[in-house]
Design a protein around this ligand. Structure first.
Ligand code: FAD
Length: 480
């Protein structure tokens, strides 16, 4: 596109969206051009904020005609640079945040319809007001949006019982790369009309279209819950405890998060107001949430009391009230924030088969620390899903950017090699974005890459939707 074409296209978009929906002032754009972790910085010609699906459709039609790349963005809490435009600055940001209406919350059918820009915690509140809940939660719930959660197939802390976003999306409304509107919002229990476009858009990271609304599964609100903080000696002991608890309480165990001692120490050091739940530190910690119609506290106390008697745990405390339950969760949810304050790190959100995870956690930490003296590795998170966040922190005093692109990158290679060796996935929750595109190419079988590219070029032949994200580029093969 020459300069005149760009300027004509931007004028068309400005006229379409008006002053509320079109911004090109550097000051307005700047917060949205850097990702949550501050790793990726991009540039964009304008920030477009449509108010409804028709405006999204008109934007995409104009962009398609002009060959103008579009980068969809929700809450900008993604972890892989997927919502950050490339530094070339030839794209426009498409923010869905103005489309934030919860269209319906239907308790009897257990379905909510929410627009893409609805913030997760607002959906939680709306469902709660009707005696229901949306059973997906994560540390960024105050900013992450439904469109972003759908587009990254987000997980979080309740996957153990309810699955990832993929399981909770019953239907979608979206604008496809040619500007057409896909109306798949009806929550059909059975639908065999061939390829499942809704599920194709889940986890597509904005590369196949723009999600504008979703029909989402609700479950009855929590009647009662209690949160326990348990000390165990190893990840193997943590998994044994999970199996033991599940055998005795079935689906009442909704969350089971493991946190090693050094990671908890980081939170205690960097997050104001945080306190260690147990009197003496243990090598590993487990946060366990028990949910029931009533009597969760007594039930969890009984369970953990028996676990201690049977030497399944070293120490345990159960939340005395909701404030303490929240405080335990805050420790878990603040890990990313604490790590960000602690200094540069490379993060890996990985999965291996559940039973293999405890050994993987110990072996991989030892291998990385032995290979890269001075770096500190730790793994924490969703053990019951076979998914942990495997973080490698830089030696003290290094420059973050050069460490990340040098030794940090080499450490990441090793982590991903170990994951592939264990038959796991290099992205369990966060997606591929800009961060893992080259690793996806390096470590995937050719059939997977060919299929990804074929789907992308069939639906988005001019490549305007979120270029440089998820789908490996030809140049990635030489850039490794
Ligand atoms: P963005 O960051 O704005 O976008 C993410 C991707 O989706 C980008 O590729 C973007 O282009 C695309 N996109 C956004 N909106 C749309 C749309 N409407 N249509 C098409 N494409 C779109 N993630 C987990 O899975 N589990 C966790 O436990 C978890 N914990 C987190 C804790 C913290 C403190 C933080 C900061 C993040 C955490 N995340 C977690 C990551 C993040 O919250 C999720 O990836 C979330 O789904 C991103 O939502 P968002 O609205 O911020 O999307």
């Amino acid at each position: 596109m020459n300069n005149q074409m760009v300027s004509d296209t931007l004028s068309q978009l400005k006229a379409l969206l008006g002053p509320k929906g079109y911004h090109d002032d550097a000051h307005d754009l700047s917060p949205w051009l850097v990702d949550w972790r501050g790793i990726y910085r991009g540039a964009a010609k304008a920030l477009l904020s449509p108010a409804n699906v028709s405006e999204v459709s008109a934007i995409i039609a104009i962009a398609r005609e002009a060959g103008l790349p579009i980068v969809p963005q929700g809450g900008n809490t993604g972890m892989v640079g997927g919502a950050t435009p490339l530094p070339s600055g030839d794209s426009v940001l498409l923010s869905l945040r103005r489309m934030n209406t919860i269209r319906t919350v239907d308790a009897p059918s257990g379905i909510a319809v929410a627009e893409a820009g609805v913030i997760l915690s607002n959906l939680h509140d709306a469902a709660q007001a009707k005696g229901m809940r949306f059973p997906l939660s994560l540390g960024a719930k105050g900013s992450a949006t439904i469109g972003g959660l759908v587009s990254t197939n987000a997980g979080g802390t309740q996957v153990l019982r309810f699955g990832t976003m993929r399981k909770l999306v019953l239907g979608l409304e979206a604008v496809l790369p040619d500007g057409s509107i896909y109306d798949g919002l009806a929550a059909l229990k059975k639908d065999n009309r061939g390829y499942d476009l809704t599920q194709l858009l889940v986890g597509a990271e904005g590369t196949l279209g723009v999600v504008t609304a979703a029909s989402l599964k609700l479950v009855p609100a929590i009647g009662d819950r209690a949160v326990g903080w348990v000390g165990v000696e190893s990840p193997q002991a943590a998994l044994r405890l999970l199996r033991w608890l599940e055998a005795r309480s079935g689906q009442a165990i909704e969350s089971f998060e493991v946190v090693p001692r050094d990671t908890l120490d980081l939170v205690l050091e960097h997050v104001p107001g945080s306190r260690a739940p147990l009197q003496s530190p243990t090598a590993w910690n487990v946060l366990v949430e028990h949910v029931s119609a009533g009597g969760s506290r007594a039930a969890l106390e009984d369970l953990l009391g028996s676990a201690l008697e049977e030497s399944m745990a070293l120490d345990a405390v159960v939340s005395a009230n909701e404030a303490q339950a929240e405080a335990f969760w805050r420790l878990r949810d603040s890990i990313s924030e604490a790590e960000r304050a602690a200094g540069p790190a490379v993060q890996h959100d990985i999965s291996v088969p559940v039973d293999a995870m405890p050994d993987f956690m110990e072996n991989a930490v030892a291998r990385v620390e032995a290979a890269f003296p001075g770096m500190k590795a730790s793994a924490f998170g969703h053990l019951g899903d076979g998914n942990v966040h495997f973080h490698v922190r830089a030696p003290e005093g290094v420059d973050g950017d050069s460490w990340r692109s040098g030794p940090g990158k080499e450490a990441s290679h090793l982590v991903y090699d170990l994951v592939v060796e264990a038959k796991g996935s290099i992205s369990a929750e966060h997606g591929i974005g800009q961060m893992k595109r080259q690793e996806l190419l390096r470590l995937s079988d050719p059939a997977r890459i060919a299929a990804l590219r074929a789907i992308k070029s069939a639906l988005d032949p001019t490549g305007i939707m979120n270029p440089g994200k998820l789908v490996p580029l030809a140049s990635d093969a030489t850039a490794q």
